[in-house]
Write a protein that binds this ligand. Structure first.
Ligand SMILES: [Fe+2]
Ligand SMILES: [Fe+2]
Length: 207
């Protein structure tokens, strides 16, 4: 198994997220920053939850969460302005993007990311976590935890203002999924301060 150092992963992510092709489209400057902030917030949150509530390798969880929405950058690269319209449409209606992505691309950003990361020979545990981040309950038992952590991390990221709109699963997280990390949905808020605090420190490192 290829072991990627954190630094290498950050570099790759930054390269993708700041890819010149994406810059060509109007409005992507802002989106790029949003996606990066959202990814970092999700990663920090997932890592904190992992440390408090599970025995998962926190570095794997952090890396997987950092990469979880990288498929959005891929789809943006493929479809440009049309994909941004899709995201705007979802944001205005507080919807989730994957249904519309399925219509437009016959795939969604989680699946697309899974395929890319597998091609890059990213460790399978990370690939599975990213590909399954919308549906942790569909994963085999024993493989669902990192995805559930990303799911919960996503909820916290959105709630702290690092997301687009307020999708339904953020307002009402799925109790069965959050239950995988032995929390009730309403208990997630307990971690908000710690996430914000650590996020501030992480952001300083990338400035
Ligand atoms: Fe997602
Ligand atoms: Fe996300």
């Amino acid at each position: 198994v290829l072991r990627l150092g954190m630094r290498e992963v950050y570099r790759v992510v930054l390269e993708i997220v700041t890819c010149a092709a994406l810059n060509a489209h109007d409005g992507f400057g802002l989106r790029r920053v949003n996606l990066w902030r959202h990814s970092l917030a999700t990663a920090v949150a997932a890592q904190i939850l992992a440390r408090h509530l599970t025995a998962e390798d926190t570095e794997i969880v952090f890396t997987a969460a950092l990469l979880h929405d990288i498929g959005k950058a891929l789809l943006a690269k493929a479809a440009g302005a049309e994909y941004f319209r899709l995201l705007d449409y979802c944001e205005e209606r507080n919807g989730i993007s994957q249904c519309l992505e399925q219509e437009m691309f016959r795939t969604d950003h989680a699946e697309a990311a899974g395929r890319l990361l597998r091609r890059w020979k990213i460790p399978e545990r990370i690939v599975t976590a990213v590909a399954g981040h919308h549906h942790p309950l569909k994963l085999p038992q024993g493989k669902a935890l990192p995805s559930a952590l990303i799911y919960a991390g996503n909820v916290l990221a959105y709630r702290l203002g690092h997301g687009n709109g307020l999708p339904r699963y953020v307002v009402e997280p799925d109790a069965a999924i959050v239950g995988l990390i032995r929390l009730e949905p309403h208990e997630l808020y307990r971690y908000e301060d710690e996430v914000e605090e650590m996020l501030r420190r992480e952001q300083d490192r990338f400035r």
